[in-house]
Design a protein around this ligand. Structure first.
Ligand code: HEC
Ligand code: HEC
Ligand code: HEC
Ligand code: HEC
Ligand code: HEC
Ligand code: HEC
Ligand code: HEC
Ligand code: HEC
Ligand code: HEC
Length: 367
């Protein structure tokens, strides 16, 4: 390398450094007004109620988040003067997060889904307990859902939903699914596996993933997959046997009062049948079936649920199914033999009469 090109390189490097320093200064200038108060560790205020309001903001967290290029007032848009005479309003994420935005925020169908969800509607109706975007995603340290540290990373979701749905969270944690998640099982369902994310709806809505008409499909996402279920020694036939059952057929025809998976297994309290606390443990069958079949006793479920007619252990059902199979097959076989013999007789008769070959012009229409 020659001396002049070395000098040029050094000059370029310096120019870069100076530009970077200016950029940082410009960026800091935007936010420094706010950080002069909010950047002081320990900056807090005790409200008249005695509650302590933490007012310290760690700008480094923001820099590590998806909003690393954003300034304080990009989100806290109502703070126009410093110091601000009034308490700033909660942030409205939709300022940037809508389809057609020019801020660089991703264009997603999720935004509209949220508006139509039970949460979006509750929020629009002014329900103060309804979740805003930041209730699920956080404020200054928002990360993509794929990041382990994100509030909406798969394993953190039950806790986030659980801050408002406390009782269900407790049930879920004690269930086979919750325990499996705690053990690090990558196939265990979390709240959003069954309910959706931004499109959560009340179970009564026809389009809800947990509407009685859709529950079987929702459980089937995992429970009819042999590759998933065989890892845990769980039978993957349960969905198919349900669909062939009286309840499953009734459900398919729109009789939504017929039992679906959750009517017998519960939705959040699901436990293996061997667990004495399980709704499908023999001891609890009278109560579980009794919700809809008054007078059901402990034997009520015997041989009636999840019967695979192709398996001998199904008892009478197996033999009846087998009987039907033999009957159907022998009837069909008889029919085919009959047709075959009939055809044979016709061909023989035809040949005896010295008939023309098929396709040759018929003698009757010859001039
Ligand atoms: C002179 C110090 C000072 C400066 C400068 C300042 N703030 Fe504040 N800020 C406060 C105090 C004190 C409170 C709490 C009292 C209140 O609610 O108004 C507060 C509250 C807030 C809150 C609401 C906290 C909550 O949850 O209720 C936000 C958001 C906020 N400031 C943002 C900003 C932004 C953005 C800037 C820069 C544009 C800024 N502040 C500049 C002193 C300051
Ligand atoms: C990506 C948007 C975003 C940016 C950028 C942002 N904030 Fe916030 N900030 C929030 C959200 C969301 C909350 C939670 C309360 C709410 O909903 O308003 C919050 C809360 C606060 C609070 C209340 C205390 C707390 O931590 O909950 C203060 C003070 C505050 N922000 C100051 C700042 C300052 C100063 C900056 C710039 C260094 C900044 N914010 C940048 C979104 C943002
Ligand atoms: C000033 C505009 C602005 C505001 C306000 C804003 N965002 Fe963003 N947001 C963006 C931009 C731009 C990106 C894309 C950043 C990137 O990809 O580098 C983004 C990215 C995201 C992502 C990650 C998307 C992905 O696919 O990885 C999430 C999640 C997110 N924002 C949530 C929020 C939430 C929640 C709020 C309210 C607290 C909010 N945003 C407020 C502009 C904004
Ligand atoms: C009830 C909780 C909840 C609410 C409320 C919510 N989100 Fe989400 N959001 C999620 C979950 C869960 C995901 C999926 C994360 C994943 O697995 O990728 C998600 C994903 C996203 C993504 C895609 C980026 C990513 O990380 O995959 C964006 C952007 C986003 N949300 C923005 C918003 C905005 C804007 C609002 C408010 C209009 C909002 N969210 C309200 C739970 C919520
Ligand atoms: C900030 C509190 C909050 C958070 C966080 C939250 N929810 Fe909700 N959720 C509500 C409120 C409030 C309602 C009631 C809305 C109504 O009935 O109008 C609701 C309603 C629901 C409903 C319908 C309930 C019914 O009775 O039909 C379901 C399902 C639901 N949420 C699931 C979830 C899931 C899953 C998550 C996590 C991804 C979650 N929620 C996070 C507050 C929250
Ligand atoms: C295995 C699937 C599944 C998982 C996981 C799941 N749910 Fe549900 N959830 C359902 C079904 C199905 C219903 C419909 C109600 C019923 O049939 O009992 C429901 C109903 C609800 C309801 C409304 C009705 C009620 O009981 O109040 C809320 C709220 C709810 N779930 C929240 C959650 C939360 C929060 C989590 C995570 C902690 C979660 N769910 C996890 C399947 C699931
Ligand atoms: C995202 C995948 C997934 C979904 C959705 C799902 N499950 Fe599961 N389920 C599992 C896994 C994985 C196990 C095994 C956990 C273990 O044994 O550690 C399991 C275990 C079970 C068990 C216990 C089986 C046994 O005998 O050990 C029952 C019962 C069950 N699930 C019922 C349901 C019902 C009912 C639904 C729908 C409301 C449902 N599951 C939805 C993944 C799922
Ligand atoms: C009418 C009540 C009822 C309905 C509906 C029902 N189950 Fe079951 N389920 C039971 C009973 C009782 C048992 C325990 C005895 C048995 O295995 O037949 C059981 C057992 C199971 C097991 C444990 C199997 C094993 O290998 O340990 C799973 C998993 C399961 N059901 C999933 C489902 C799924 C998924 C659906 C919906 C597609 C469903 N069940 C519908 C009553 C029901
Ligand atoms: C959510 C309500 C509900 C639950 C729970 C329920 N069933 Fe049913 N079941 C129905 C309905 C509705 C029908 C259809 C017509 C009728 O008999 O009322 C039906 C029909 C049946 C039939 C066929 C018709 C008959 O009466 O012989 C059997 C067998 C049956 N159920 C067994 C069970 C068993 C066993 C359980 C418990 C493991 C159970 N059911 C739980 C609602 C339910």
């Amino acid at each position: 390398m020659t001396g002049t090109s070395m000098l040029r390189l050094r000059r370029i490097l310096w120019a870069g450094l100076v530009a970077a320093a200016f950029a940082t200064a410009a960026y800091a200038q935007e936010d420094v007004r706010c950080l002069s108060c909010h950047g002081k560790p320990g900056f807090r205020k005790t409200l008249p109620s005695g509650q302590v309001l933490e007012l310290f903001v760690d700008p480094n967290l923001l820099r590590l988040s998806v909003h690393k290029d954003k300034h304080c007032v990009d989100c806290h848009a109502d703070v126009s003067e410093v110091p601000h005479p009034t308490t700033p309003q909660p942030v409205n994420c939709r300022r940037c997060h809508y389809n057609g935005n020019t801020s660089g925020a991703p264009q997603l169908a999720k935004y509209l889904e949220f508006e139509r969800s039970v949460h979006g509607k509750a929020l629009a109706a002014g329900n103060p307990k309804a979740p805003t975007c930041q209730d699920c995603h956080g404020g200054h340290f928002i990360l993509p859902g794929s990041d382990l540290r994100s509030r909406v990373f798969r394993t953190n979701i039950p806790q986030v939903c659980g801050t408002c749905h406390l009782k269900i969270f407790a049930e879920y944690e004690a269930s086979i699914h919750g325990k499996a998640l705690a053990k690090g099982n990558p196939d265990a369902p979390v709240c959003t596996s069954c309910h959706g994310e931004h499109n959560i709806e009340k179970p009564e809505e026809k389009t809800s993933t947990v509407n009685p008409g859709h529950v079987a499909n929702t459980c089937a996402k995992c429970h009819d997959k042999v590759v998933i279920m065989e890892k845990y020694g769980v039978n993957a036939e349960q969905v198919a046997t349900y669909e062939e059952s009286f309840h499953g057929i009734a459900n398919e025809f729109g009789v939504l009062k017929a039992a679906n998976c959750a009517s017998c297994h519960t939705a959040h309290d699901i436990l293996p049948p061997s667990d004495p606390l399980s709704s499908v443990n023999p001891a609890n069958i009278p109560k579980t079936c009794g919700k809809c079949h008054p007078g059901a006793n402990a034997n009520f479920a015997n041989g009636r649920i999840h019967i695979d007619a192709k398996d001998k252990s199904a008892g009478i059902v197996y033999w009846v199914a087998l009987g039907f199979k033999i009957l159907t097959l022998s009837t069909l076989a008889g029919l085919f033999i009959h047709i075959g013999l009939d055809l044979y007789r016709k061909i023989r008769n035809h040949q005896k009469a010295g008939g023309a070959k098929p396709g040759a012009p018929s003698s009757e229409i010859q001039p």
